[in-house]
Design a protein. Structure first.
Length: 408
């Protein structure tokens, strides 16, 4: 008998269709709930779905709950899945209301609320930055005086570096709190700044056990990358995961998963390593963004979306990552805001490294530029792979020095 899986928002962003494809491929009967009309669905998505319901807002518990109630009169809803940060809490609350298996409201809350997350992990002995969550400017200033600057201020439930600020003194902190509407209804997470190298550890976890895992490194740190135009930032997935240097990260990640009660889910955990040792940063109970899964697939000769679907539908893994390649992305920033005029160095890049290029995005001349803080895939980018991690990093550095995006 087929497993009935309801999937939130099968059409946006674009890679959402891959989750639907994979669920269909492993034998699930897939119902989509989304915000666009059924007639506007991509042809492939429409084919893979057995049923579709439109709602006004996929983060509205009431609207999604009414669809589930309607569906449960007709089918047995075995799973309700969401893989976008903004959607996961709605999915968890609806699961709980309708007794559907999956990530709990408690776990979802702890994976979204930064201060609550860190408090739970500190109690379990996991090293984290000192932090506070507050809507009181005086309380935050007291924390700042005790911990010292610099401090990091971010929304309590943001994904990645979205809306994140570094404050180096009391004036910058006051300006940031005003910008975040603290004292006027806004609430933020404020954290000790941790110096060191930044990376992330991602998994597919089944019944609380890690079935697949991957480690990536940022060059430079995300906050610096999102604040500095001249940098062509990278992140690279290593294929050296079995080396002993990653044992501490992997052990910490497993303890985080156990402490937060993560069962069958994709996870995305950020970490720092520096003078104070290895420190946990944050975790999401969802896949990573910025196309990281595409790098995992390209570097490991396997379909990671299918593996996610296997974990959800059948509760097991079915493929073994090859670890043949490291794979990475480099963001290529326009030298100015405005509109893209053209590119320099593309032919040289292709001549030197073409066999190792996975894909590239080079917006056509006339395309408006996006701000630096919009992220790694906001403007031009190139993704590459190579069997040797250090060689891949050298190649990506060379691309950043060779390719220029002219705009103005």
């Amino acid at each position: 008998m087929p497993i009935d899986v309801v999937f939130l928002e099968p059409s946006f962003p674009a890679n959402q269709k891959q989750f639907v494809r994979a669920l269909h491929a492993v034998g699930a009967r897939v119902t989509g709930i989304g915000e666009r009309p059924k007639a506007a669905l991509d042809g492939d998505v429409a084919h893979w779905l057995s049923h579709y319901e439109q709602v006004g807002n996929v983060t509205d518990v009431g609207q999604v709950g009414r669809v589930i109630e309607f569906l449960q009169e007709r089918i047995r809803v075995d799973r309700l899945e969401a893989v976008i940060e903004a959607h996961v809490m709605c999915a968890a609350k609806v699961r709980e209301a309708f007794d559907i298996p999956g990530t709990s409201v408690r776990t979802t809350f702890l994976c979204r609320d930064k201060p609550a997350m860190k408090e739970a992990l500190r109690q379990a002995g996991i090293p984290c930055a000192q932090s506070i969550g507050s809507e009181d400017a005086d309380e935050i200033l007291e924390f700042a005086n005790a911990v010292g600057f610099p401090l990091i201020v971010k929304p309590r439930d943001a994904a990645g570096a979205s809306g994140t600020f570094r404050c180096d003194n009391a004036m910058e902190l006051a300006q940031t709190l005003q910008r975040c509407r603290v004292g006027a209804g806004g609430s933020v997470a404020v954290e000790e700044f941790i110096e060191g190298h930044e990376g992330f550890w991602d998994t597919l976890t089944i019944d609380g056990q890690v079935a697949h895992e991957f480690v990536c490194h940022y060059y430079p740190s995300v906050l610096e990358a999102m604040r500095t135009r001249w940098i062509s930032p990278q992140f690279i997935m290593t294929n050296r995961l079995d080396q002993s240097g990653y044992d501490e990260v992997k052990a910490m990640g497993r303890k985080v998963i156990e402490t937060l009660g993560i069962e069958t889910s994709a996870t995305h955990m950020e970490w720092f390593f520096g003078p104070k040792g290895l420190k946990f940063s944050e975790i999401g109970c969802r896949p990573p963004g910025v196309g990281a899964w595409d790098l995992y697939a390209a570097g490991n000769d396997f379909d990671i979306y299918r593996e996610w679907a296997m974990s959800v539908v059948h509760g097991r893994a079915s493929q073994i990552p090859s670890r043949r390649f490291s794979a990475g992305i480099i963001a290529l920033r326009p030298q100015a805001d405005g509109h893209i005029h053209g590119y320099e160095g593309i032919d040289e890049m292709q001549a030197r490294f073409g066999r190792w290029v996975i894909d590239a995005h080079l917006p056509s001349p006339g395309t408006p530029t996006q701000p630096v803080e919009a992220g790694y895939m906001a403007n031009a980018w190139v993704r590459m792979k190579h069997p040797d991690y250090d060689e891949l990093r050298r190649m990506l550095d060379t691309v950043g020095q060779t390719v220029a995006v002219r705009a103005g």
